[in-house]
Ligand binder design. Sequence first.
Ligand SMILES: Nc1ncnc2c1ncn2[C@@H]1O[C@H](COP(=O)(O)OP(=O)(O)OP(=O)(O)O)[C@@H](O)[C@H]1O
Length: 287
Amino acid sequence: MSETPTISLRGVGRDFHRARTRLTERPPVVHAVRDVTVDIAPGERFGIVGESGSGKSTLLRMICGLDRPTTGEILVEGTPIHASPPRRLGWLRQRLQLVFQDPMSSLDPRMRVGDIVAEPLVGQRIGTPAERRARVAELLERVGLSADAAKRYPHQFSGGQRQRISVARALAPNPAVLVADEPVSALDVSVRAQVLNLLDEVVDGFDLTLVFVSHDLSVVRHVCDRVAVMRQGEFVEVAPTEQLYVDAQHPYTRQLLAAVPRLDAALAGRTATELAARTLAATEEET
Ligand SMILES: Nc1ncnc2c1ncn2[C@@H]1O[C@H](COP(=O)(O)OP(=O)(O)OP(=O)(O)O)[C@@H](O)[C@H]1O
């Protein structure tokens, strides 16, 4: 019998109704995610790449149980989550943890780092206070900080170190899945590789499944085994990372790939989103 996928998406779609501009018209519908089907295996590092507005965040929110699909099914470790209200998904908070784009806004500036890292343990009533302190110290060292970082506040750390704190917090409840939403986009180019290497290490060391979202193919290449290219709510191509680089099938993927050297060269200048928008315009001209 084949292994149960860690995450299964079956025909997943999510529509939003925009506010109507005239009373007589029907509210316009945005198909933010359309008919996404994929199985993500235990231990896989799965990347989702697409330009701004392609539906990546909407899809992630549904995988994390924070939003419900309009159509389709989502299973995490074989359990359906698509129809459950958030209060029924407490177990998912332990199995699946998130690392966000901007560690400055995702870490509470008034909390000490030790309390931030222990937060998921307290929330899920895992361990005694002494056990939590020991776990926090171990995790801080595991992500390359010293145990006494626990006594300090987020503003006392650099952007890269703050993202290490976010990773430690995500690892605290011993999750099965790490969901990283643009985890290095807000960081200086000089520290991005260090944080990507850290993610790489912890995914192996903690036997995690990784879902990694980025607008930047060069970043995804660094950490993922398989990549889905998302455009206008759809997966236009899903392929092993190296295959995607040598033999992309969809014109949009080829356009994104053609932009990668420009992205690398231009990181200090224009934002990648601007470049991706220009890439999309070029693809539309081609198709
Ligand atoms: N709550 C909402 N109400 C209405 N439209 C929405 C809502 N959330 C997302 N959308 C629309 O759905 C589409 C997909 O948005 P989404 O944020 O998922 O894209 P994204 O790829 O994550 O972009 P970004 O990288 O900029 O975050 C966009 O057209 C967006 O305007």
